[in-house]
Structures are given as C-alpha cells and as structure tokens.
Design a protein around this ligand. Sequence first.
Ligand code: COI
Length: 359
Amino acid sequence: MPPSPALQAISESAVQGHEADEKYGDAMNWDELEFGVIPTDYMYIMKCSNGDDFSQGHLTPYGKIELSPSAGILNYGQGIFEGLKAIRTKDGRIQLFRPEENALRMKMGAERLCMPSPSTHQFLDALKQTVLANKRWVPPQGKGALYIRPLLMGSGPALGLGPAPEYTFLVYATPVGSYHKCGATMNLYIENEVRRAIPGGTGGIKSITNYSPVFEVVKKARAKGFTDVLFLDAATGKNIEEASMFNIFFVKDNVILTPPANGTILPGITRKSIIEIARDLNYLVKERDVPLEDVLAADEVFCTGTAVEVTAVASITYQDKRIEYKSGEETVFHKLRVVLKEIQTGVVEDKMDWTMLID
Ligand code: COI
C-alpha cells in the first residue's frame, strides 16, 4: 500500500527528528507509566456526511474537539471505538499488531449502528500517520506501548431519533503502562444480577454504550478488593460470558475453554490470537458455553484484551465461594502468553504475518 502524501511528509520529518525521537518523549519517566491519558502531539480527523463515504482526513494538533450539543453521539450514543497498541520492538522499531482486524471490527460495529466507516486502507493509513506523528511517545521496549484509540461517532446534530447527518472518525494515541496496578494477577468476582449484554443487543461490537453500564458493579467489586467483574449470560444466568472489558479463558487438563463470541461477547483480537496460537501448539481449544461447574473445576484461568494483554487470574469468587487457580511458568497460560509477547515485540519471526512494521 503506497503511503499517503501526508504520511510521507510525516515520515520524512520523523526521520529528520530521529535524534530527538531517540529520547522517547523527552522528560518522560517511562518506569512510572500507568494506563491513563497523557496528551500527545497529534491526532487524526476525517469527516463525512451521512450517505457519503469518508474521503480525506488529516493530522491536527492533539486537543479538544467541537461538537453540537445535539450530536448523535452525545444524545443517542451513536459511537464505537477501537483499541490497539504500537509497540517498540527489541531493535527499536515500531509495530502494530493485527490492525486490519480492528478495521474490520470497526466496520462491523459501524454497520450495526448505521454509520459509514473508513475503508481498511483509510483506517490503517490513519493509524500510521497518528503513530508516526507521535513517535516520541512510543515507550522504549518493555516499558509499555502507545495505545491507539480510533473513534467513530455521529457528530452531526439529530433531535429526532435516527442516524446523525455527519460522522467523524478520529484517532488519538497515548503512552500506557500496565492496565491494572495490581500487576501480574487478577482476582475476579462473578456478578449475579447485572447483565452486560443481551442476545440481539450490541455486546458483540465495541459500542461506547457497552461500557458505562458496568461502572457501578466494577466500582463495588473494587471496593471489596476484587480486580474486576465477570458477567453471566442474560438468557440463562448460568454461563460465564466476559468481564467488563476483556475475554476469559479456562484450562482444565490442558484443554482450553472460552465462551463463544456469538453476539453477546466482544470478539477480541487478543482472544482470537491466543486461540490460534494454542491450536498451533496442538492444544484443544473449545469455544463453547462455560457454566459455573467449569469455573469450579478449572486448573487455570486467564484473561485477554488489548489493554490487559494476557493476564493470569489468581481467583474467582462466586457468592461466598472463592476458587483459586494455578499460576507460574509451568502453566498453559504462561506458554501462550510468552509466544504472543515474542511475536508482538519482534523477538521471534512472525510466521503468522500478524505484525505491521510502520517505521
Ligand atoms: C481494550 O482492551 O483496548 C479496551 O477496549 C479496554 C478499554 C475499555 C480500557
């Protein structure tokens, strides 16, 4: 794919500014990096009217955007987002992990919410421009990543219920460290009353409206010392679906189980990659309902997501019962995590063709 003229210009200035880039964000203390917003230099914006296709976007200094008070996203939640990371490889280059998958997922979400979406080419070009323009914010290898947040929203005014007359695709990026300060393991709590997604709803897309409804239960669980919450399916209340923002895996006798991404579960890209790595290593992976009996019986549990990466679950609590799980270097979790990390950081050859070097 030929780089856009804007990308070429950014690449050239990035090369000229190479010496400064090597300082990685000047005064940043990369060891203190958390998962929070650090304003960076540039963001990318592209707009189109309803019924048209996106055509030409541009970089602009990172900052506030102007929205009508009656914008579709503010009034009717017409918006989706994506999340992916630009990672510094061991030889100092910058790569993305399966960004086409994010482009496709955004397209799927846009169709569900009646929005036009950028083409895969436009999406990838916007990611590259944003990362290269913010190159000095990509943390050194092993210190974190530049988290990229593509947003697609109904930005035009709409009072009557219906799709907005104008759409904005925006990409910003911010350097991040580990998602949970607790570090290497999580303690999860199974929520028995609030449901995250319903069949036929929007649980399977990255709609902005999927996230704030879980704030209250996650807040309560955190106050009791848990890291996060696992939700049960709305139809029966018997099967584990996913957590507030990550997918979940169970291991029993070396067989890997994970709930099927059939509409109420977000089809995570880390989830998909872990399944493919596990199958490649000859593990049996079953995508099927995971009832509470399997939670009680599992040897290991781990979760996957862009933000949380692949993290071990130390315990799950259901009502008053706490179940603890194996951890350490002999686990299936550990083997899968290492393979994924090595691909993402360019330590091993990427035989899957998942990574995209962008500098
Ligand atoms: C991600 O893993 O990229 C997410 O979307 C998590 C985000 C809700 C913090």
